[in-house]
Design a protein. Structure first.
Ligand SMILES: NC(=O)c1ccc[n+]([C@@H]2O[C@H](COP(=O)([O-])OP(=O)(O)OC[C@H]3O[C@@H](n4cnc5c(N)ncnc54)[C@H](OP(=O)(O)O)[C@@H]3O)[C@@H](O)[C@H]2O)c1
Length: 224
């Protein structure tokens, strides 16, 4: 069963994906705490949203402060800074769900699948954080540009994690963004979603698509 979530911290929420998610979740009624390495940058990102939509409950913070004050924490920094950023918030994440969005892209060959040692970025996050935090992986296949605008997004979200209840919680956050989330199995399966992003980048380039996504076909009649 999904746990009730009122507040969401977004580490690196000043960037492309994080700010797009902040925009969507704050407009869906959540309290959103935008995290940054610097308070000033976090506050500027929050101000940009409140300037556009004055009623939103969005504030800027340093990453660790945001993580300590929110029910659920979302990780949106580039792969090369994932582990070092998690180290700075590890204590604050104890007992919480961390939603990892990381795609292990290794420039310059970002259109080639290059998964890290140990399986995938989400498993690496779990290894850094230990068992006190439940890592759930999601959003790897959604182009940030879609979240920063108001339009229907043609992309489903594969949600992986080792605990069913934690996946349920994250699926409810996916639905709050207006997307369909699917139970896609244990955290090890995040490798598939992370790898798919390099495939989508290649498709975008070859077919001149801005932000191709994935859609699961078939009618869901029930979930186990
Ligand atoms: N962009 C997309 O369409 C998309 C889609 C799906 C998944 N993703 C994944 O989401 C994550 C974020 O992608 P993005 O495109 O949003 O990234 P981004 O805009 O390049 O960066 C996000 C934030 O990361 C922080 N950051 C930058 N350098 C850092 C460092 N040295 N140490 C710690 N934090 C640092 C910055 O926040 P501060 O300067 O405020 O600290 C920055 O605003 C990546 O793992 C990416 O693979 C992205």
């Amino acid at each position: 069963m999904a746990e009730e979530v009122k507040s969401i911290a977004i580490l690196g929420g000043t960037g492309d994906l994080g700010w797009g998610l902040a925009r969507q979740w704050s407009r869906a009624g959540y309290q959103v705490l935008i995290g940054s390495r610097t308070l000033e940058k976090g506050e500027a990102a929050a101000k940009a949203l409140v300037d556009e939509f004055p009623d939103l409950n969005v504030t800027g913070h340093e990453n660790a402060d945001a993580a300590s004050k929110a029910d659920v924490v979302v990780m949106t920094v580039p792969f090369e800074h994932q582990a070092s950023t998690l180290e700075t918030v590890r204590e604050a994440l104890s007992g919480k769900i961390l939603v990892d969005t990381t795609v292990p892209l290794v420039p310059p060959k970002v259109g080639t699948v290059q998964l890290p040692e140990g399986g995938c970025a989400a498993q690496r996050a779990q290894a850094v954080l230990g068992d006190d935090t439940q890592v759930v992986s999601a959003f790897q296949n959604v182009g940030a540009m879609h979240l920063r605008e108001d339009h229907q997004i043609a992309c489903d979200v594969l949600v992986t994690g080792n605990k069913r209840a934690a996946r349920d919680t994250v699926i409810s956050l996916v639905e709050a963004v207006g997307l369909r989330g699917w139970h896609a199995g244990p955290l090890a399966n995040a490798a598939a979603a992370e790898a798919l992003t390099s495939v989508l980048i290649t498709i975008n380039r070859h077919h001149k698509i801005e932000g191709a996504g994935i859609l699961i076909t078939g009618e869901a009649t029930d979930s186990e």
